[in-house]
Write a protein that binds this ligand. Structure first.
Ligand SMILES: [Zn+2]
Length: 96
């Protein structure tokens, strides 16, 4: 193998790594967009689909089944507050 093709291979390897990093970062970003956050909160996820809006974040939306459940004591308030704090943090980062 001559030096040029060695360099080319090194370049290609670097590009592959860089590309994988971008893809991984994109996946990571997707994970924290709020879509999967609910996976960490099964007690909140349970009420998914019962809210008025399909994309309900359970923060300020009207007719929210999760907030109703918190009010009724079905979801521990602390859990909901932790969830809400996470959502707010993600929103702050993304600057909605
Ligand atoms: Zn909701």
């Amino acid at each position: 193998m001559n030096n040029v093709s060695k360099l080319r291979n090194a370049c290609f390897a670097w590009l592959t790594v860089a590309l994988l990093a971008v893809v991984a970062a994109a996946c990571e970003d997707d994970k924290t967009s709020g879509g999967d956050l609910r996976l960490y909160y099964p007690e909140i996820e349970r009420y998914e689909g019962q809210c008025r809006y399909d994309n309900c974040r359970h923060i300020t939306e009207p007719d929210c089944a999760v907030r109703e459940a918190v009010k009724n004591g079905e979801i521990p308030k602390q859990r909901y507050e932790s969830y809400a704090a996470n959502i707010e943090e993600i929103r702050g980062k993304k600057k909605y």
